[in-house]
Design a protein around this ligand. Sequence first.
Ligand code: PLP
Length: 453
Amino acid sequence: YDIEELKRLDMAHHLHPFTDTKALGKEGGARVVTRAEGCYLYDGDGNKMLDGMAGLWCVNVGYGRAELAEAAYRQMLELPYYNTFFKSATPPVIELSAKVSSLMGDEFNHLFYSNSGSEANDTVIRLVRQYWNLMGKPYKKTIISRWNAYHGSTVASASLGGMKGMHKQADLPIPGITHVMQPHWFDNAEEGESKEDFGKRAAHAIEQRILELGPDNIAAFIGEPIQGAGGVVIPPSTYWPEVQRICEKYDLLLIADEVICGFGRTGSWFGHQTLGIKPDLVPMAKGMSSGYLPISAVAVSDKITKVLIDKGGEFTHGYTYSGHPAACAVALKNIEIMEREHLVEKVRDETGPYLAEKLATLADHPLVGEVRTLGLLGAVEICKDKKTRQRFADVGKVGTMCRDHIMKLNTVSRACGDTMVVSPPLIIEKEQIDDLVAALRQALDATAADVEK
Ligand code: PLP
């Protein structure tokens, strides 16, 4: 490739998502990633980078899997496309639906398909509303979500999310969505409050909102089992059981957004299994195909399909590419690889505990207030005063500095505000975890030196 020309064309013609394009221009343009293998990315400037984020939390089986390319190729030759509307189906969509249902336990037997996590969450809103419509009076409409949640970027899914910047930009949320405190002990606990007490208080914020708005108006609660883009927020052990109890008490549907936590990330097939949550709807995407082709789905529990099918007959919703045959073929092969290589067990028994042990060694760093891990999700909280958990004044600035430093070390980790997060491919080996943690320490040292200047 002519990399300089590509960078020039990129600046001239490509509007990047979530990117400060002016800053990008000053820095000489985009990093042009040209190929990847295993856990490593290669760019046009000759750098080899350890991908501590699995792309955007998605390349679970790692890069360079010929089997996935072959699965897409074979399917495209045989039947590149056919829709699933109007009583049609194709073999891959049928087989994938049965396969994913088998990974989800007895309560789930149906999948509805889309192409991205955002669309899966738009689908969730449609499902919730159609369900309560069919259930008859009272028509429950409002969905409770949490601040700092990320459920996607479309108007509806960004409304479900709790990112205030996105709300401000586009006059969101749409009506029928309300947000409560996230279960983030490090930022939201009161002085001296234990994690257990805080977990219950964060759950009770949901109950309070239900009572404020009236239980007859509240249709559902949505939460990522572990908030990802919100900063890998692993809730205290008291949180989810209390949320579950509240949802049951007030007859709310419980939605576990598994777009990040699904497909092995937490050491089970799904995050709700790791955390003991019993959801009614489960949106999923990313790791479903390890990002090789776009695909997402919502797993719909029998409780809901019974009403949709028996009382409704038709779920009035769909996308041209719902159940795209090539994407389904790739997702099926991806799951086959995960099973054959025992990747879920590897995260649970081997690499997850190892990442926890190694990341914990960063807790002694002067900038680090807390370290959290579950499975292959990790967070390192950067703060000004580790004793009081006081943040730096301009949240995000120091995190970005640390992110820039680690990138210079040819290692990818992301800053969510002032939280450094990691989410490597599930094939990562212990030596690569050592490299990732060593780079984080070096980046934190360089950041500390900058802060002191
Ligand atoms: N839900 C969660 C939990 C996510 O992390 C994301 C993306 O990061 C989404 C939904 C949206 O997925 P997509 O970017 O595929 O639309």
